[in-house]
Write a protein that binds this ligand. Sequence first.
Ligand code: SAH
Length: 204
Amino acid sequence: MVAKLAAQGVSDAQVLAAMGAVERHRFVDTALVNQAYEDTSLPIGLGQTISKPNVVARMLELLRHGVTGKLGRVLEIGTGCGYQAAVLSHLAKEVYSIERLRGLHDKARENLRTLRLPNVHLLFGDGMMGYAKGAPYAAIIAAAGGEAIPAAWIEQLAVGGRLVAPMQTASGAQALVVVDKTPQGVKQTLLEAVHFVPLKSGTS
Ligand code: SAH
């Protein structure tokens, strides 16, 4: 899988190493294990999906944007099965990951238990409000896309920090968005089209 990612253009050695360190098959149902290393998104229950490895790698590469060493505190919105949080644990000092569906929050806890990643903190709640207690974050990454970037995310991003998220564009399609918070202000860059599950408010 890592060799394929490199061939597809992922060049950040730390991202490739982190992707190589986490066994993706541990995060999917037994029936899907033989598809775990293919470049495809897979169902994780409750209508949600684990993203394609190539999209995870692309977003993590954007998030790191050449930062040497580890990122500081990172907030992930949409824990899902916990796969991306596990990959992030190798790239960041602390990972706060929030999920709005109790069933998936519990599943991620179960999946991550045996990996013993003390720097991953799983939270149950509405990630649209971010997680103020862990702020400011060096980086924020979302695995679900809404119509706009919630104001709380920008507020909780550190100056010098970067946010990567899917977002609905004017045409109704979804695209990746990078937000850089600089001392001069907030800069937003729209990138390629993506297909993520919707960002929803509240918990369930
Ligand atoms: N990173 C995950 C991808 C999960 S899919 C993984 O590696 O498996 C995206 C997840 O975002 C879904 O589980 C969905 O329930 C969750 N989500 C959607 N809106 C949310 C919100 N407001 N707060 C927290 N999680 C949310």
